[in-house]
Design a protein around this ligand. Structure first.
Ligand code: KG4
Ligand code: ZN
Length: 362
């Protein structure tokens, strides 16, 4: 089956053509083409995504990418199914993709299926499997961890079709926290990759930031306090070093030169505190449910340090759990994961309304 997918939930306009085959015991996917038009540069000056700008950019990008994706051998007449993200996300942005996909579906008389963006991230681990090497599925029960700009969710997967949410963040998402801390440190948006880079030169034990809820016996998270702790830490330093203030040529803010060196330690220590909770709670879930695998998805999964932290935690627990993280390009928002989730919906006959639902959850 050839699937054409459309993703416009946030600040990436993403289209993909994916060949899908197999069944719920062994689905297989081959990316024919994947295009992502990032709007990062447009939103960066605002320090976050502006919904009205995102909508305008998606409307501009969709026809251009559509022409590009069908410029090869595969044409719309070869497509068997159209998959489109219906939520969660920014509703004006989601509507652009839904309206576009519906029009194409009507024009070419092709079936269309709605996709939950979170299921896209959850199932993206399927793109890290090598069908020949990994053979049939023997990965369940598994623990799914979705870590993105909008979500921090732990899921128990009984099999590919049956899953249950174990817990999620009570306030900010982990990616959002990276973005906010980056902003405090005067780093560009999106902050995650910037903090990961800076953290490489820092001492991750230099500052003891809190890892909220780490000892609570539930699978929920909280990230707003961590961001505030970073802010207070930096304010304290600022006071101490007031005599060495200089003016940043970038934005005119007055900061201490010593803070620049300190920022690497702050980034490393913050990253450690942020990942401590997800790593610990994920492994606790592995133990409680006897999971054989961990499936990580979402933009924050692109951070190499996260995998290391989960591996270390597994080692500490003497757990032989397998950890699956999709390739970098499939961690961040993309159309391929939407095609994958669309195929899974098709197999299980799961239907979402073709309407934008900003708060759609698992
Ligand atoms: O999944 P995604 O592309 O979009 C959402 O569905 O939200 O995730 C974007 C988020 C942003 O908050 C970004 O800062 C974060 O993922 N991110 C990272 C890294 N790369 C992206 N966070 C930590 N480390 C990274 N290397
Ligand atoms: Zn996402």
């Amino acid at each position: 089956m050839i699937i054409f997918s459309v993703e416009t939930s946030c600040d990436e306009t993403a289209l993909a053509l994916v060949e899908a085959k197999g069944d719920g015991n062994n689905p297989q996917f081959k990316t024919i083409k994947s295009l992502v038009a990032s709007q990062i540069k447009i939103h960066a000056p605002f320090g976050g995504v502006v919904p009205s700008l995102a909508k305008r950019e998606h409307e501009k990008n969709l026809p251009i990418l559509f022409e590009k994706i069908f410029s090869g051998k595969i044409k719309m007449k070869n497509v068997d199914l159209i998959a489109v993200t219906v939520g969660p996300g920014l509703e004006p942005a989601l509507w652009t993709g839904i309206t576009f996909a519906k029009k194409i579906s009507e024009k070419y008389k092709k079936p269309i299926i709605g996709v939950n963006h979170l299921e896209g991230h959850l199932y993206s681990f399927l793109l890290s499997l090598n069908a020949k090497k990994d053979g049939r599925f023997d990965f369940f029960p598994g623990i799914g961890l979705v870590v993105s700009g909008g979500h921090t969710i732990l899921v128990l997967m009984k099999n590919l079709f049956e899953y249950k949410k174990l817990g999620e963040t009570c306030d900010d998402a982990i990616g959002e926290c990276f973005d906010k801390v980056a902003r405090i440190l005067n780093l560009p948006y999106p902050g995650g990759p910037e903090i990961e880079k800076l953290a490489k030169n820092g001492d991750d034990r230099k500052i003891q930031f809190p890892s909220p809820m780490v000892n609570q016996k539930n699978y929920n998270f909280s990230y707003s306090g961590l961001k505030t702790a970073v802010l207070y830490h930096l304010k304290g330093i600022q006071k101490e070093k007031n005599s060495h203030l200089w003016t940043s040529p970038k934005n005119g803010k007055r900061i201490s030169k010593n803070d620049l060196k300190n920022n690497a330690d702050v980034s490393a220590s913050f990253q450690r505190a942020a990942f401590e909770v997800v790593a610990k709670k994920t492994l606790r879930a592995v133990k409680e449910f006897g999971a054989k695998s961990i499936f990580v998805g979402g933009g924050v999964a692109a951070n190499k340090n996260l995998k290391k932290r989960i591996e270390n935690e597994a080692k500490k627990n003497g757990s032989a759990v397998s950890i699956f993280i999709p390739p970098f390009k499939y961690c961040q928002d993309n159309g391929v994961m939407i095609a994958v989730a669309g195929f899974m919906n098709h197999l299980k006959n799961k239907k979402y309304k073709l309407e934008a639902e900003g708060n759609l959850n698992f």
